[in-house]
Ligand binder design. Structure first.
Ligand SMILES: Cc1cc2nc3c(=O)[nH]c(=O)nc-3n(C[C@H](O)[C@H](O)[C@H](O)COP(=O)(O)OP(=O)(O)OC[C@H]3O[C@@H](n4cnc5c(N)ncnc54)[C@H](O)[C@@H]3O)c2cc1C
Length: 419
């Protein structure tokens, strides 16, 4: 089939790779001048396959009101007159119910563990060098309540076959000595040994180059998609800033946070909304982490990417606005100063982008009401982690095969308010 992948972020490029390997004639279209220039550019770098807890959960719910008035809070959900934000926010609050959060954690874990398997296969078959660090992720805790909750969650994950190691403070410091300066502020840690980290931008760019060279995938950059058009239950053509194109048999939606906007042009309303996040990058020194770390309370993640350290996090709803707000960056910088007081944050580079987030957490994969339109989008905070598995699922669905893992909780037309 002649297939068009819309978007050259991590989800679009991994989709193109899987589809081209299956023998399809693939074209990828993106408005940027290269692959991975938007949300897949400078993210937290974590391949957190074992990270199952969705943002919408009963422990976040009571904090939302307090965070709403706090400019540097980890998650800022604000009142808005945007009907799409109101719908998304309402669904998010409803998905904080314990039974739903538990079900979505199971979906995340299913997709995460599958993605690990597929990603390891891709790393082996492509031999792409992207600063891959396969040493797990260390979750560190500065307050007893969050630590206790995480230990309970680790037990829940163990019941689903994903084991993590609970560490006391000295075991944690032994694993990551650069935390020594913060020892008095830390209560303990959890090590997720199956997790890893690496540079999403480097990986996506190299995979795009490999797709072009080895499988003949065509990349059309600098072209903005304005609308999709449909007729008789199919996408008939796409409209771009350089004209119409009706030459494709099928389409894959991977436009990140902009997916929902383009889907509305064919009357499809999906609750994918931009959740802004920030990152800073600075030089690694002997006083900065060697492992990938998650600071659970502040919702900040660290990854060692070669001779750099990337620190990312926080979530803010600001519509489709990706400008960098100094006080949001300040929250990350203060987080670094607490854990790694000697880190050279003054010489940092800063970045902000929009995560394509669903209100329940998991992405939207597979078929749509339009026979030749497929979804691989809406991965929110876990797009790098879940990209490989999502692309493999997408490729199976396009072939008309059953994916290797059940699609329950991952389909576009799922019930977002089922108890
Ligand atoms: C601060 C931050 C930290 C993060 N940390 C992690 C992490 O540690 N681990 C993890 O797993 N995930 C993390 N994520 C999430 C992850 O980065 C995203 O889920 C992922 O990059 C989304 O990929 P995508 O391909 O869906 O979207 P994108 O990478 O945004 O790709 C979409 C593409 O579509 C193109 N596009 C959009 N609109 C149009 C249009 N109209 N016409 C043509 N082209 C268009 C864009 O140019 C872009 O290239 C983080 C995100 C942020 C913001």
């Amino acid at each position: 089939m002649k297939l068009c992948v819309l978007g050259a972020g991590i989800t679009g490029v991994t989709s193109a790779y899987m589809l081209a390997k299956n023998g399809h004639d693939v074209t990828v279209i993106d408005r940027q001048d290269g692959a991975a220039k938007e949300c897949s550019f400078a993210n937290g770098g974590q391949l957190s396959y074992s990270h199952a807890e969705p943002w919408a959960n009963p422990y976040v719910f009571p904090k939302l009101w307090k965070w709403m008035w706090q400019e540097d809070a980890p998650l800022v959900l604000r009142f808005s007159l945007d009907p799409h934000m109101i719908r998304w926010g309402t669904l998010f609050l409803m998905n904080c119910l314990p039974a739903r959060a538990r079900r979505h954690a199971e979906v995340h874990l299913r997709l995460g563990l599958y993605s690990k398997r597929i990603m390891e296969r891709m790393i082996e078959e492509t031999a792409i060098d992207f600063g891959y660090l396969n040493k797990g992720i260390l979750h560190v805790f500065s307050d007893q309540k969050t630590y206790d909750h995480a230990c309970n969650h680790a037990e829940f994950q163990a019941s689903l076959g994903c084991h993590e190691t609970v560490l006391n403070r000295s075991q944690m410091l032994e694993m990551e000595p650069s935390l020594t300066h913060a020892r008095d502020n830390l209560v303990g840690g959890i090590h997720a040994s199956i997790d890893a980290s690496g540079d999403i931008h480097v990986f996506t760019q190299k995979l795009a180059a490999l797709c072009a060279e080895k499988y003949g995938v065509k990349f059309v950059y600098g072209r903005t998609i304005k609308a999709l058009h449909q007729a008789e239950g199919r996408i008939s053509h796409i409209e771009t800033d350089q004209g119409y194109d009706s030459s494709f048999d099928g389409y894959v939606m991977s436009l990140g946070a902009h997916s929902a906007v383009l889907l509305r042009t064919i009357g499809m309303y999906v609750p994918i909304y931009p959740m802004k996040g920030y990152s800073i990058t600075f030089d690694a020194t002997p006083d900065t982490p060697t492992l990938s770390i998650t600071d659970a309370a502040r919702k900040i993640v660290y990854s060692r990417l070669g001779n750099k350290v990337r620190v990312a996090g926080t979530a803010e709803f600001a519509g489709y606005n990706d400008t960098i707000r100094p006080y949001r960056v300040g929250a990350i910088v203060r987080g670094v100063e607490q854990l790694f007081p000697k880190a050279p944050v003054a010489s940092r580079s800063e970045w902000a982008c929009l995560r394509p987030s669903t209100p329940d957490g998991p992405p939207m994969l597979g078929t749509t009401p339009f026979a030749n339109l497929y979804m691989n989008t809406g991965h929110g905070t876990l797009g790098w982690t879940q990209a490989a598995g999502s692309a493999a699922i997408l490729a199976d669905v396009v072939e008309g095969k059953s994916p290797e893992i059940p699609l329950t909780g991952l389909m576009t037309q799922r019930n977002l308010i089922r108890l």
